[in-house]
Design a protein around this ligand. Structure first.
Ligand SMILES: *[C@@H]1O[C@H](CO)[C@@H](O)[C@H](O)[C@H]1NC(C)=O
Ligand SMILES: *[C@@H]1O[C@H](CO)[C@@H](O)[C@H](O)[C@H]1NC(C)=O
Length: 447
């Protein structure tokens, strides 16, 4: 009895301890945290916004964050929502290596998950719920179909068997490190089934792939398989896609041609999508390549440091920033020729017979920076000609005026200082120079 009475009291005192008493905000479900947060961050679940008062993005986020607080406290999940002013408590920001504002982190028993998604309430709440869900959800045989359906947008990993043994331990470990980006389930074996064997599989894009590597490699495999077969790549997720350990086959397409039946871009997009499905039948290629498509050619142009036009396809290694091009004209490529291109590239890399473009060498990096600058300015002029002209025109005009005045001022000063009143004399000499080369010397001496 006493124990049950003490527990809420204890947690209340923890909360009061952490709660920043100086805050005089109206009642909110969001706790104003102080540097005491460091003492309790590893206990239970916290969803925290780290902000600075001067940051405009943070100000925009605050009302949304309040709503997130209310929604999560209504949901009865054991998640505490808080915010922390990093300018008042820099020690916390230091300890947690907060680089920018706002930074949104979820703390689950000491495990920190960085939030990188959109700043809408729904996205934030669903992220928090996902982080708070049991790492491995136990389901029964009948629920598998439902998991398969939900796995269309996000891969789901399933362990079949009793929750013990080395394979389960490896699965548990993979789940603990990846639970924020994928769902993990376990299904108990059916009773009296002699042929049953333990296994791990991933459901994605309407099919199932079984894990058949070394048990130690399970987490690596989970990382590799965490993306749908043909997803949209953007500048914000490309690094993460690259981190899967696969080479990315980037298809340059365009969202605006999605419903245009006569567009060759749409035609190529579909061909590439079919090729990404076909990939499944070639385990070697499957383990090595991940398909993704880009809306528009900007990102591709920046990677290749040249203007790329849709449709286009190339293979990209994010780690080394190297890319490989096919000899075929992209618009002429078929499913078969795309796969052949992948095969040849794969072989070429292994045998070191292939030429990679790009890279991360110093010279390439400088070139890329220069290109990005040029590209961004060119884009600005293309999309906002008037604004860009003002933006660049006005300072350039000012600079020219300043340069002009400095130069012309210097010129007059020079002439006055050095030649003084003897302008006319020099003019005369210049006119007669060829005839009397010695006059100049005479003149100087005379001075
Ligand atoms: C990308 O390039 C680096 C350096 O050459 C290499 O170590 C790595 O294996 C490549 N990545 C892939 C997925 O092949
Ligand atoms: C569809 O694509 C074709 C070929 O690129 C283009 O000429 C046409 O204008 C597009 N139609 C629409 C409605 O965008």
């Amino acid at each position: 009895m006493q124990k049950y009475f003490l527990l809420p009291l204890l947690s209340l005192s923890v909360l009061l301890f952490v709660y920043d008493t100086e805050a005089t905000n109206p009642p909110t479900a969001v706790l104003d945290l102080s540097d005491k947060f460091l003492d309790v961050k590893d206990e239970g679940m916290w969803f925290v916004e780290f902000y600075a008062p001067w940051c405009a993005h943070c100000k925009r986020l605050h009302p949304v964050w309040d709503q997130v607080g209310h929604t999560l406290s209504d949901s009865n999940l054991p998640i505490r929502v808080g915010k922390l002013d990093c300018t008042r408590f820099p020690a916390v920001a230091n300890k947690l290596s907060i680089q920018g504002y706002p930074t949104i982190l979820f703390f689950r028993n000491g495990h920190v998950i960085d939030y990188r998604g959109g700043r809408e309430k729904e996205a934030l709440v669903s992220f928090a719920k996902r982080c708070a869900a049991p790492i491995i959800e136990v389901i029964n045989e009948n629920q598998i179909e439902k998991v398969k359906l939900s796995a269309r947008s996000q891969p789901s990993y399933v362990f079949f068997g009793t929750s013990s043994g080395p394979l389960f331990d490896a699965f548990n470990e993979a789940a603990s490190s990846k639970f924020s980006v994928a769902r993990f389930y376990s299904v108990a074996p059916p009773e009296n089934d002699a042929s049953f064997r333990q296994r791990v599989a991933v459901f994605k894009d309407n099919f199932e792939i079984e894990f058949n590597g070394d048990i130690e490699k399970l987490t690596e495999w989970v990382t590799r398989e965490r993306w749908p077969g043909f997803l949209q790549a953007t500048s914000s997720n490309l690094a993460e896609i690259g981190a899967s350990g696969k080479l990315v086959v980037l298809v340059v397409s365009s969202e605006s041609h999605k419903f245009n039946n006569t567009s060759p871009i749409r035609e190529f997009h579909k061909t590439a999508e079919e090729a990404s499905k076909e990939l499944r039948k070639h385990p070697d290629l499957w383990n090595r390549f991940q398909f993704a498509w880009l809306d528009g050619s900007d990102l591709a142009s920046q990677i290749q440091m040249a203007a790329v036009s849709e449709p286009h396809l190339f293979i990209f290694n994010y780690t080394s920033y190297e890319y490989y091009l096919s000899e075929d004209e992209p618009s002429q490529m078929t499913i078969k020729s795309i796969l052949t291109f992948l095969e040849q590239t794969s072989e070429g890399i292994d045998k070191e017979t292939i030429v990679a473009f790009g890279g991360r060498h110093l010279l390439t990096r400088i070139k890329r920076m220069a290109f990005e600058l040029y590209w961004n300015i060119a884009q600005m002029f293309a999309t906002q000609p008037l604004l860009s002209s003002c933006l660049f025109g006005v300072p350039i005009a000012f600079l020219s005026i300043i340069c002009y005045s400095i130069c012309s001022a210097d010129f007059t000063v020079d002439r006055d200082e050095f030649y003084g009143d003897e302008d006319e004399l020099i003019d005369d000499e210049e006119g007669e120079e060829t005839e009397h080369p010695e006059t100049d010397d005479d003149h100087e001496k005379a001075e």
